[in-house]
Design a protein around this ligand. Sequence first.
Ligand code: FE2
Length: 240
Amino acid sequence: MPYKRELHCHLIPGVDDGSSSLDDSLSMLRSMQTFGVEKVVFTPHHTSPRFMNTPEIIQPLFDELKKNASEQGIAVECEDFSFEYRVDDSFLEMMQTGKFGDPSCVIRPLHGKYLLIENAFSHPIPIFDKVVERLLSDGYYLILAHPERYMYYAGHHGRFYHHLQEHQVEFQVNILSFAGMYGDVAKKMAYWMLDQGYVNFLGSDMHNPRHAELLDKFLRSKNYAAIYDQLCECVGNDQF
Ligand SMILES: [Fe+2]
């Protein structure tokens, strides 16, 4: 892997559309170890109303996974957890009703100030810019998950990426986008972003052991070897 810290994956078992069991989570952690990853930050979905995960829900599951990984001799540090936040109306509502600061507060930044955020896939969230603006003014550093996968960003001569970058939003591209896992457009956009210098972070966005297999295959491919140096140059995962 071009990084040693994984920042985007769904390995906490049973809380979203990611890992479905502790065994699968441990198997994926072993794969991460094989790929050269040394630390993992888990980022389950926080998407209303489907995945209403909170730190209170995740903490004991994180502790359990960390304990089991250690007992099984897996040499990957379960470093921390945060969330992949979909910044829609309900997210804004939570911000405005002052739930931040409560013990059940859903905001748990990565390394104290970074938030991994996502837009919707089918169409842009109308208030996306408004929420981004609010989060930035609250002092958070924002990382947009897999910008290459939002089809409505494709084309437009990179106008959306440029706009977000101007507002200090950074980009996390999925490695498997380069392998074509999310389709030709996402693949094309991933390569385009890499060439344009828009890749700030990389992630596996691993959800299940099948993703680990696909990643294993891609990391051994000529296509990956061809971009490896370029990926290492831009990736900021280890610079926290
Ligand atoms: Fe994700």
